[in-house]
Design a protein around this ligand. Structure first.
Ligand SMILES: [Zn+2]
Length: 205
């Protein structure tokens, strides 16, 4: 298909999927453990923009999410808790060993289009989409800069994990204003709080 047609077809599919899952927005997921995956680490720094290095911010937010979830009685597993390199396949393998879990990968974004800002949440499965919607809504309502929405993403950690899984891009480090926000612990705490409340919003009681 031509790029134009592909875009129209994709928009139509997204619309149909949106209509079909309107009721699914209130769907819940059953889980007792959240596998938290801080993106990058060690030799893999991730995006580097405006004096910030993605891997450090990912780990910082993941630890804040961990604390928030534990305070609310949920169990957590971290794929890394130090500045170490962990293969993507190893992250998924580790997650797949955790029963009754969901998987939340935490990243920050970068683009040469430095005007772009805001969070994005990626999913691959329909249960992942439920989780992605809740986290995106939560970021939109609680975090300065908001969220650009949810997107289907073919990331390896989403492909290889068997539980509901999302990848959260917490914001664009390439955007000067967003980078300045992300550099502050207060903003990263807000991001973490938003991710925690998104997770809690979909949890079956
Ligand atoms: Zn990343």
């Amino acid at each position: 298909m031509s790029p134009g047609l592909t875009r129209i077809a994709a928009a139509f599919l997204a619309f149909m999927l949106g209509a079909w899952t309107t009721t699914a927005a209130s769907q819940t997921l059953s889980f007792s453990t959240v596998v938290l995956d801080a993106g990058h680490g060690g030799k893999d720094g991730g995006s580097v923009w405006n004096g910030l290095i993605e891997k450090k911010l990912c780990l910082d937010v993941a630890k804040r999410v961990e604390a928030g979830l534990k305070a609310r009685g949920l169990k957590t597993v971290m794929t890394r808790r130090t500045d170490t390199f962990v293969e993507l396949s190893q992250r998924a393998r580790l997650a797949n060993r955790v029963p009754s879990s969901i998987f939340v990968s935490i990243h920050f974004n970068g683009s040469r289009k430095t005007i772009i800002s805001g969070g994005e949440v990626y999913y691959r499965s329909s249960r992942g989409r439920t989780l992605a919607s809740a986290i995106s809504r939560s970021i939109q309502s609680r975090v300065t800069g908001g969220a650009r929405g949810i997107f289907h993403g073919n990331y390896k950690v989403l492909r290889d994990t068997r539980m509901p899984a999302v990848l959260v891009e917490c914001g664009y480090l390439s955007n000067k204003r967003e980078a300045a926000r992300c550099a502050t612990p207060a903003h990263r705490q807000k991001l973490a709080d938003a991710i925690v409340s998104g997770i809690l919003a979909v949890r079956a009681r």
